[in-house]
Design a binder for this molecule. Structure first.
Ligand code: CP
Ligand code: NVA
Length: 309
């Protein structure tokens, strides 16, 4: 923890501020290169990456696979039925076998312990592509998007409205490293993990507020951020959550309270008419698509970093 020389990319706060800012700078550099049409920068030439998905994905799968390919590498998609990690084969065996074929393992899993086990037994870098606990690649992409659109991340106010989930935990862990004001407005009983909130507060870097009042929370926000109310693995709770989360929809009125400068962000996929209205997601200040694009650029920089390139 807290070192710049981690083998893996599992939690944002495993890295110091300088390292996180370096990765974000690198993301912008390589993004510019790729957007210019340049295709001769091939740092991943001759390298392969195994991508384990225990859950569905569009952005994570396509952005990792495309990004790794554009920089010269070859990525292998292993879907929920392919290796059935922990079921067909123990995680520690998967980790050691894949390490013998691949230069990187990227994984999206249910239990966070699975990614910790993978990283423990893998001899190559493991990148966290979302667990029930966190989603660090998403929040790195979000940080990059804020730097591009708001102009900076430091000193801004980010207000997340909805479920205190994996996305929130990664925002909190980013706030433990980079100073900004993070507010999570969620229904009672759906607050983020208390230990993670404490970790972010104890880091003494950022202002952290957890509240049950979205209207008050969004005032003066630079970014209002939403995610689904029922995450992958919770879809059977969707109807119940729909009831409990009334008043937490990001709609035009809430955006109005946030003020003119507020951007709208969402990690996607979005359920329009549930956690966010169609109007908010389609409004000019919604930056959800540049945000989605930045998954690829942020992750390219993360992969360069873990490979020491
Ligand atoms: N935001 C995100 O991780 O999207 P996918 O689930 O489509 O990968
Ligand atoms: N909280 C959501 C994020 C999806 C990218 C989930 O875990 O399903």
């Amino acid at each position: 923890k807290g070192t710049a020389n981690q083998k893996d990319f599992l939690h944002i706060n495993d890295f110091d501020k300088a390292t996180i800012l370096n990765i974000l700078d690198r993301a912008r550099e390589v993004k510019e290169l790729l957007k210019s049409g340049e295709r001769t920068y091939l740092p991943f030439k001759g390298k392969t990456m195994a991508m384990i998905f225990a859950k569905p994905s569009m952005r994570t799968r396509v952005s990792f696979e495309t990004g790794f390919y554009l920089l010269g590498g070859h990525a292998i998609y292993l879907g929920p039925n392919d290796i059935q990690m922990g079921k067909r084969e123990e995680t520690r065996d998967v980790a050691r076998v894949l390490s013998r074929y691949n230069d990187i393992i990227m994984a999206r899993v249910f239990a966070h312990q699975d990614i910790l086990d993978l990283a423990k037994y893998a001899t190559v870098p493991v990148i966290n592509g979302l667990t029930d606990y966190n989603h660090p690649c998403q929040i790195m992409a979000d940080a990059l998007t804020m730097i591009e659109h708001v102009g900076q991340l430091e000193g801004t106010k980010v207000v997340y409205v909805g479920d205190g989930n994996n996305i929130v935990h990664s925002w909190l862990l980013l706030a433990a490293v980079i100073p900004f004001h993070f507010v999570c407005a969620c229904p009672k009983g759906f607050e983020p993990d208390q230990e993670t909130v404490e970790k972010a507060r104890q880091a003494g870097v950022s202002k952290i507020d957890i509240t049950n009042d979205p209207k008050e929370a969004v005032r003066d926000a630079d970014v209002v951020y939403a995610d689904v109310w029922a995450s992958m693995g919770q879809k059977e709770e969707a109807a119940h959550r729909h009831q409990v989360f009334q008043g937490f929809q990001v709609d035009e009125q809430l955006m109005k309270l946030a003020g003119k400068k507020a951007y709208f962000m969402h990690c996607l996929p979005a359920e329009r008419g549930v956690e966010v209205t169609d109007g908010v997601i389609e409004a000019p200040n919604s930056i959800v698509f540049p945000q989605a694009e930045n998954r690829m650029h942020a992750q390219n920089a993360i992969m360069l970093h873990v490979l020491g390139l």
